[in-house]
Design a protein around this ligand. Sequence first.
Ligand code: UDX
Length: 466
Amino acid sequence: VQGVRDGGGDPRPRRVLVFPLPFQGHIDPMMHLAGALHARAGLAVTVLHTRFNALDPARHPEFRFVEVPDGVPAGVAATGRIIDVILAMNAAMEASPAAVLGALASAMIAEDEDEEAPRAACLVIDSNLLSVQRAAEKLGLPTMVLRTGSAACLRCFLAYPMLHDKGYLPSQESQLYMPVPELPPLRVRDLFQTKISSHEMVREVIARITETVRNCSGLIINTFEALEPDELQKLRGELDLPLLLAAGPLHKLSSKTTGSSLLDQDYSCIEWLDTQPPGSVLYVSFGSLAAMDSGEFVEVAWGLANSGHPFLWVVRPNLVQDTDIAQLPDGFEDAVKGRGMVIQWAPQQEVLAHRAVGGFWTHCGWNSTLESVGEGVPMICRPNAVDQMMNARYVEEVWGVGFELEGELERGEVEGAVRKLMGGGREGAEMTERAEVLRRKVAECLDGSGSSRTAIDKLVDYMLSL
Ligand code: UDX
């Protein structure tokens, strides 16, 4: 990378400020991007973060941290509902902009007082932080945006007004399987939705995301060219931005330590995986937010037990609605002795990279999907909400590396799905082969001249030119 140290004639090294949305699926990609900029180009990094889901600076001694008052009322924070928190946080920051202006200024100005300190080149924000973008504008600080979801998801957001005008949304039960020809291969049921937040709230969040994206000085998407070539091409036509880069999978571009798990990861599962035959274990995890009721939980447990296949299952606190720690059904532990392990939170990237893992039952959060793709692991998809439905659609229909387990969660269906993926039959084997082909494409995009590597170089040059 040219000019990292000269910053356009300025002898000081440059600093990048980053501000992730404080949720696991948003923090991780932002911290990985920061890690890549720091490790590859020597840029100094300041992380702005909220008290809600606060990051631990001690785990990242290479970065500087500045806390921004988030103003999220305790009642909203306690729900943990992402849409509600996004709206509350933006509303609070807009109602009293002095707090965010002060934090941004301290991240920029304090350094300028020191002759030797790196000068702030720009701020990279999560696309949900319009209020922060507005504050940065007042300070003359250019903002770049990180989209932590897929390119297809962003196209869906941009199309949201059209989807309403044409009557696809709000979706009607009778139209769920109707194709949306403007966004192939999506059907009405695959469009972004949530079960708990109101349609109006979702609409507002999406309108704010599109405004943030349209106003930014450059957009980085956590995807790669070979995964979503058509979607990226269309986005470049639809958005008139100075820079639009596909730089993912970001977790593959930085060292593992720049991940920022909010829960403690249980590494004992890696020792257990070491004892299992190659490709034999199904890894089961539904991400950081998805929840199920206690009846569904019992069906999952017995479906896994009855499948006869080894499994590693993440049962995180609050996975089961209204309980802190879910109780496994009587007799379950004896039934799966030696071939089933249940933990509260996994080092997921290491688990998926482990040779013993041959399948992933996932809720299809975008990070989980990319992490699975990156290791060539085929998927059983059980999307829950937000962008997960469309991610599952791409997994099944476009990339052919998994299938959706639809309908009510019932132990016989679960058992059948596990056997279909892991049982050595033709369909499962073909998905595994296609997953391996996709894994090689990931490896290629990360090569010296690969598309995502090059994207990071372009990004650094661009940041230094701002
Ligand atoms: C989801 C959506 O993906 C996101 O787009 C949306 O805005 C919010 O909801 P989440 O449910 O957290 O996020 O799922 P995912 O995107 O898959 O991210 C989960 C992250 O947690 C992954 O990076 C995964 O590696 C990590 N994880 C998960 C662990 O470290 N350990 C676990 O046991 C499970």
